[in-house]
Design a protein around this ligand. Structure first.
Ligand code: G3P
Length: 214
């Protein structure tokens, strides 16, 4: 299972969380990674933790003030990027352009979507993975894998119909190892989570709990 921890702009220490991700990754067969804010990518990547961006823009080198260029994000140490997170929505053409920009820079891609219908559309754009996250469950502590298992199963089916090589993650409210196991049982290849680790008193203990049953 792939466990990707999105730090959003939570007031945690991104380097400390990254060190915990790196250390716990060494103890498990699961794949752990962390997605810090753009300005923290370089410091986080220097810890040795697998580092992802939360967003890049559908642009090339040039006159693009205030944008995040995929090549710059890769140079800073990121190996992949989230695209179209629920809190950073894009138009379809921009999702497509962002997947191409990330691929140009050799960044792995996960396109997020609200529901199975959007997952099918996202999978058609050729990302490495898609992630289904019902917005109403984000940050609630109520895990999608238990509160809305149909949405995960339907997302897995929708992606498989379009492209069986596109892996499916699920996210929203995931915080325990049982939630991760439930996600895997529904066909997900990983989970995308944030508050369960970023807001935990002890992020390393939270990560250990997430991977314990795997
Ligand atoms: O990107 C992960 C996210 O939106 C889920 O957040 O806090 O419910 O784990 P959370």
């Amino acid at each position: 299972m792939f466990v990707l921890v999105n730090l959003k702009t939570y007031p945690c220490d991104p380097v400390a969380v990254a060190e915990a991700v790196r250390d716990v990754d060494e103890t498990t067969d699961a794949r752990l990674a962390v997605a810090p804010a753009a300005t923290h990518i370089e410091r986080v990547a220097e810890t040795g933790a697998e580092t992802w961006a939360q967003h890049v823009d559908p642009i090339d080198h040039g006159s693009n003030t205030g944008h995040a260029l995929a090549e710059h994000v890769a140079d800073a140490g990121a190996v992949g990027t989230l695209i179209n997170h629920s809190e950073r929505r894009l138009k379809l053409a921009d999702i497509d352009g962002t997947v191409r920009a990330a691929q140009r820079a050799d960044l792995e891609t996960i396109v997020c979507a609200n529901n199975p219908a959007q997952i099918g559309a996202a999978a058609a754009l050729g990302p490495d993975a898609v992630a289904v996250e019902p917005p109403e469950l984000i940050g609630t502590g109520t895990p999608v894998s238990q509160a809305d298992p149909d949405v995960v199963e339907d997302a897995v089916a929708a992606a498989a119909d379009v492209d069986p090589d596109v892996s499916v993650l699920c996210g929203a409210g995931i915080s325990t190892g049982d939630d991760v196991v439930a996600a895997g049982d529904l066909g997900a290849g990983g989970v995308l989570l944030a508050s369960g680790v970023a807001k935990a008193d002890d992020p390393k203990a939270a990560l250990e709990d997430l991977v314990a049953p795997l």
